[in-house]
Design a protein around this ligand. Structure first.
Ligand SMILES: Nc1ncnc2c1ncn2[C@@H]1O[C@H](COP(=O)(O)OP(=O)(O)O)[C@@H](O)[C@H]1O
Ligand SMILES: [Mg+2]
Length: 380
């Protein structure tokens, strides 16, 4: 039995391959009716920052893994001491929890990344040089905790937030990137690893909107070096499960590490339908130290587009999108998370795979926009 902490869509999507492989999951969800709690019957509702709750969750489980990176490190050590395999382990996970720790580790390994520094005051930010990007070292996601700073005044909100929360700030050079890439690998405790094709991801306001697998036009040299970089990070940091390395492809043809995630990642959702073995299945295989499945693509192109909530008026209407979306495109793959639409919230995604990139883009974009209620009355 595998224990999973966190009731979001990532845990929900682990349940599908878990069912296929006959692996029982036990879930700790934040709230009743959470996305994953809807599909994992063996679940408890509780607080993942409470050690006693975590101990109850893992009782009788061989392995515990995660839907998010927020479980306190001390608790993870306590679970390990109690004999449960924590995957990824606390020593690895800290690099996905703390951007400052991650930057130092990437620097130690001499891997390419933006220039950075820990900062605590406006003069330090100005001395580093503007424009720059300020980041909360811990607790950020989907662009929350990231500030683009062109003038000294624009640094104020970040400094205020840091003073209020006590979370240290990191400053980075503003990278002039051509696009964002993601290199995803699965790695098992015994050291087997599998590298997925490198993908292009399109972020808007810090939220992943679209992923194209493989990244169009990416040179063989950069693709291979991105995969090697991700495999090296997974090995050196002793990651178990999925590691996603978010990358920048710069306008002068380099790749730089942006950040790390140690769990299935939005930039790997394409693999559910576009790869022989999905990231969710390989995450489970990896944390159980089972042989990994091949990550190779099933089709020349796969496009993933997220379905994002726009307005609260749409609550409850997501499934109304089915008749048109499914009739228009019988090859479309739809993944909804059982969540209510809220502005900016990821409530599902669609995958379209095939031989023609433009056609896949059109199909996936149309369906996602349709579900999100952004299109008119084409069906009428
Ligand atoms: N140093 C940088 N230069 C330019 N853009 C950046 C930089 N760091 C982050 N970004 C942009 O902000 C987005 C969110 O930053 P990231 O560190 O990945 O935070 P999050 O934890 O919210 O995903 C990135 O996907 C990228 O688009
Ligand atoms: Mg990111």
């Amino acid at each position: 039995m595998v224990a999973v902490v966190g009731g979001g869509q990532l845990a929900r999507m682990m349940a599908e391959p878990a069912a296929a492989l006959g692996i029982p999951l036990r879930l700790l969800a934040e709230a009743p009716g959470a996305s994953a709690a809807q599909v994992i019957p063996d679940h408890a509702v509780g607080d993942y920052t409470d050690l006693a709750t975590l101990r109850r969750l893992v009782a009788g489980c061989r392995v515990v893994t995660f839907d998010h990176e927020h479980v306190p490190t001390g608790h993870l050590h306590a679970l390990e001491d109690a004999g449960v395999a924590v995957r990824p382990g606390p020593g690895a996970l800290v690099h996905a929890q703390d951007k400052a720790v991650m930057r130092e580790a990437v620097a130690r390994l001499r891997l390419p990344q933006p220039r950075f520094r820990a900062v605590g005051s406006l003069p330090e930010v100005v001395a580093f040089g503007l424009p720059c990007v300020l980041k909360a070292s811990r607790g950020g996601y989907d662009g929350k905790g990231v500030w683009f700073v062109r003038t000294p005044e624009e640094a104020e909100p970040a400094l205020e937030a840091s003073a209020l929360t006590g979370v240290p700030l990191l400053v980075e050079e503003l990278v002039d990137f051509r696009r964002e890439l993601s290199a995803l690998v699965a790695r098992s405790p015994s050291g087997q690893a599998a590298a997925y094709p490198v993908v292009e991801s399109v972020q808007r306001d810090g939220i992943c909107h679209e992923v194209v697998a493989p990244a169009p036009g990416l040179s063989k040299r950069l693709a291979t070096s991105a995969q090697e970089l991700a495999l090296r990070l997974a090995r050196e940091l002793d990651v178990t499960g999925i590691l996603a390395v978010e990358l920048f492809e710069t306008t002068d043809d380099r790749i730089l590490v942006n950040e790390l995630a140690m769990r299935p990642h939005n930039t790997g959702h394409w693999s559910q339908d576009g790869a022989v073995t999905s990231q969710f299945e390989n995450h489970l295989r990896a944390v159980l130290d089972l042989p990994l499945g091949t990550p190779v693509a099933r089709a020349p192109w796969t496009v993933m587009v997220n379905i994002l909530g726009r307005t609260s008026e749409q609550v409850g209407h997501l499934y109304d999108g089915y008749p048109h979306a499914l009739a228009r495109d019988p090859r479309l793959r739809v993944h909804l998370y059982g969540k209510e639409l809220r502005p900016g919230r990821k409530v599902g995604h669609v995958n379209a795979y095939g031989d023609d990139l433009q056609e896949c883009l059109e199909r996936a974009r149309h369906a996602a926009a349709w579900f999100a209620g952004e299109l008119g009355d084409e069906s009428e």
